[in-house]
Design a protein around this ligand. Structure first.
Ligand SMILES: *Cc1c(COP(=O)(O)O)cnc(C)c1O
Ligand SMILES: [Zn+2]
Length: 408
């Protein structure tokens, strides 16, 4: 195992704590697959979860774990019919311990921090990263420092970070400002940085791909979907999932890597912009805006990895409006019984848009990643739907209020 720069190809020893190369390129963990012993068949009796795939993870000792992963993969026939695709699945990452996929990356990231003897971990966060880092820091007995963009973090996420004992600082600025600050903080104070620029985070998150393959086999479907649709913020997750599929291909577990499809909110869409214009690098969006606060990011740090993932897999990047996001959130909740936060619904909104355009074809098997749970952001729900109907504590009044509902 070693770290490798995705730009200049320079190899770095695993003992390096830096997250970037001397050329500023992003680093990635590489394995010698000729030495890896891993077979899905041998593990067929083991239910999916992050550490089921530990042969393909960079931690050798006992991990700091809270039983993350193993999230449901739902077949969604109603939306499948509406969109006109062959098979549609939603992977509900909201079913992780803190209610988002960030737990997959944090169990590996904090396990790495523990190996290094770290006392304090830190991150900038739109909310979910902080909630997740806080639980693993608690489990590991570390201090957690969190920088949040003031006024743009969903209530449930702040509550989690506070309850699990993180030192929470609300920065008067946006996520991009907070990320620059925390990087400097970590280099000056020696805190361990747990944003997704940290390659260990992405190692954990790549297990979304492994589990999906595992679960599609159980459904009797193809091993690998044709397309995976992912909401994109700081762009770590789409890169991580791509890496997971690539590694399964290298191990001959699957034949083809799915088309990685990244969805951004229309006013926070630098990757979509670079993709459309064929640019190698993004131009940051200075004042990103969207109701989907988890992807309200103008300068995604993993953009080079994400653009590679999307281009090399023959995928696309597309943007959706806040209105399309909120509609998809509601429809997913009411047609399929899956409750997600707004950012997660961007994947469904993107599916609809790309199916309508004909970019997604009728014979495709599609997996949408639902990144975070509905309960993360109750305030947006209350704002977008009508409040409960108030009635007197009187049976006749109550009966009348429900008169339009049939018995059977
Ligand atoms: C973090 C997050 C995202 C964005 O993931 P990136 O890896 O930053 O692209 C999307 N949705 C939710 C719910 C998240 O928490
Ligand atoms: Zn380099």
């Amino acid at each position: 195992m070693h770290l490798e720069c995705i730009d200049c190809g320079k190899k770095h020893d695993l003992s390096t704590v830096a997250n970037t190369c001397s050329c500023d390129g992003l680093l990635e963990i590489r394995y010698d697959f000729s030495k890896v012993q891993f077979s899905l068949e041998d593990l067929s009796a083991v239910p999916p979860h992050v550490w089921k795939y530990r042969e393909l993870l960079p931690i050798s000792g006992v991990p700091i774990s809270l039983m993350e992963g193993g999230t449901p993969l739902y077949r969604c026939k109603r939306l499948e019919e509406e969109c006109g695709v062959k098979e549609l699945y939603v992977k509900h990452e909201g079913m992780n311990p803190t209610g988002s996929f960030k737990d997959r990356g944090m169990t590996v990231g904090v396990s790495r921090a523990a190996e290094l003897g770290t006392k304090t971990v830190a991150c900038a966060s739109t909310g979910n990263t902080s909630a997740s880092m806080a639980i693993y820091a608690a489990k590991a007995g570390m201090e957690a420092v969190v920088l949040l963009p003031q006024g743009h973090v969903a209530l449930g996420k702040v509550a989690q970070a506070l309850m699990h004992g993180a030192k929470v600082l609300s920065v008067r600025g946006n996520f991009d400002d907070a990320l620059l600050l925390v990087q400097r903080l970590c280099s000056e104070k020696g805190f361990y940085l747990l944003n997704s620029v940290n390659p260990y985070r992405l190692e954990g998150q790549k297990t979304i791909a492994f589990e999906t393959v595992d679960q599609l086999v159980a459904y009797g479907s193809e091993k690998s979907p044709d397309r995976v649709i992912v909401p994109v913020g700081n762009a770590g997750n789409v890169s991580a999932i791509y890496k997971g599929y690539k590694e399964f291909r290298e191990l001959d577990i699957i034949e083809d890597v799915p088309m990685m499809t990244g969805i951004q909110a229309s006013r926070s869409a630098p990757i979509v912009d670079a993709f459309r214009r064929g640019l190698a690098e993004i131009e940051p969006v200075i004042e990103p805006e969207t109701v989907a606060t988890a992807i309200r990011i103008g300068n995604p740090i993993n953009a080079p990895k994400a653009l590679q993932a999307i281009r090399q897999s023959n995928g696309v990047a597309e943007s959706v409006t806040d209105q399309e996001i909120l509609k998809a959130q509601k429809d997913l909740a009411r047609l399929e019984g899956i409750g997600v936060e707004p950012a997660s619904a961007a994947s469904i909104a993107g599916l609809r848009k790309l199916a309508r355009q004909g970019t997604i074809e009728r014979d495709e098997i599609v997996v949408c990643i639902a990144t975070g749970h509905l309960l993360k952001d109750p305030e947006t729900v209350i704002r977008s739907l009508s409040p409960p109907t108030e009635v007197e504590a009187d049976f006749d009044v109550l009966y009348e209020a429900l008169s339009h509902l049939e018995r059977s």
